[in-house]
Design a binder for this molecule. Sequence first.
Ligand code: GLA
Length: 511
Amino acid sequence: MRKLTGTLVMGMLFVSIFMFASSDKPASNLRADYDGLAMTPPMGWYPWNTFGQEPQNEKLIKEMVEALLRSEMREAGYAYIGPDEGICFYRAENGKLTTNLERYPSGLRGLGDYIHQRGLKYALYTDAGTHTCSKAMPGTKGHEFEDMRRFAEWRSDYLKIDWCNTKGQDIVQTYTLLDEAQRGTGRPIVHSLCSWGVGEPWKWAAAVGHLWRTTGDICEPGKADWNSALEIVFANEKLSEYAGPGHWNDPDMMIVGMPGLSEAQNRSLFSLWCLMAAPLIAGNDLRQMSESTRQILTNIEVIAVDQDPLGIQGHIIRKDGQVSIWGGKKLFDGSQAVLIFNQNNSPSQVTISWEEFGFSREASLYVRDLWKHQTKGPITKGLTVTVSPNDVIMLRLSRSKEFPLPPIISADTYLISLRSNSSRPEKLSASLTIHNAGTVDLPLWKVHGPLPPWLSVKMTKKGGKQIINNQVNTAGLNPGYYHTIVRLDNTEPISKRPMSAFYYDVELEVK
Ligand code: GLA
């Protein structure tokens, strides 16, 4: 964590100057309008909380990819994975960022291909200043355009941009320049701003990024800290009005499942992250995860609250001593998510009334317990529950007995590689499958924008899956290498909200 009070003041000053200077910018100008990304909070895994800088390397990331697949976290929506400040690259004499091959022998592009082939998306890390925090890697200052091109060449899908070693830099101008440089590459990349709340990014960063850290680091690497996590929760809670589809408050990567936390604490933190529509970036060692942690991280009913298409960040509606009652989170089907969090060291009895959550007192509601996976009801007026110490009760309240789950999307690959060895025109094809762990039946995905003349794409449905068939015709193509990024769009049918754009790479080699 960087405690930068001086920088904070300077940052706030710059923010107000910038906001005044650009007051003609419409408030609805979102970075996500440009690329359709992160319409629900990004999900994935990042190494920092458990490992710090050591021993981050290609082997560790690949082991974590395999552990993520084994644990079925991919099907639960976790997608973005890659090194954090893992000494991945240096700046060569020609000014180009170059892979540290000792740590990443396949090259950073090779690692990206591996991650894409496994049906995951590739996350990388950089810094907006002269160097990254430990100074072990170069920052982007003065190299914004060439570095963003490099991250695109490495086929990154997510970029965390830290704010260390930025003395004298204007935070808004810096992140705006990086956004411009990144857009110029044509590769869709989720931009994750990491200034730990410096410069109040929630006030301006939606135009230049998809998420921004709201606080300092949740823990020192390897040292999960329940109290520091709760400080972050209560700071992030105050910012609920700033979050929404494509622009999220980020209370940091999760510590769920790290040593030192009880099962109840893990369940509480995960529920709080989901009620706050926070990015769900796991930070525990997935290779040694207990079954209880795995079940917490993959509880699809709780994830559905986080991934709700309305993208509302819930907040505290009432506090009763050490018990907080969270609501304000209307969900896509008209139901409401409710969280009761007990910070006492003894069980607490709590009564909630339907009125507190926007229903009439006499409403007849069904109550779904998202941890017990049980529905009760119909019940009028309200409910009395007992919450265990440091634990939560998480509910959905609805007039209907059905509790549909919104789309939670994963795919078996994000990279289609085809090769034609013939000198005559050839027809080649390869498919990928999009899975939906939600219960809402999705319409067919639609191709966005024109495809190159050598590629056509057709969709078919099979149960909850959609098969995306890519057909390539090499007629008229000269020998060479061809690459395109396909964008597919869809709309969630109940809320009619646009879903995150689905992108994948198609490459073709013609001999
Ligand atoms: C900052 C970030 C952390 C991590 C480290 C790397 O402290 O907030 O999440 O990326 O840098 O040095």
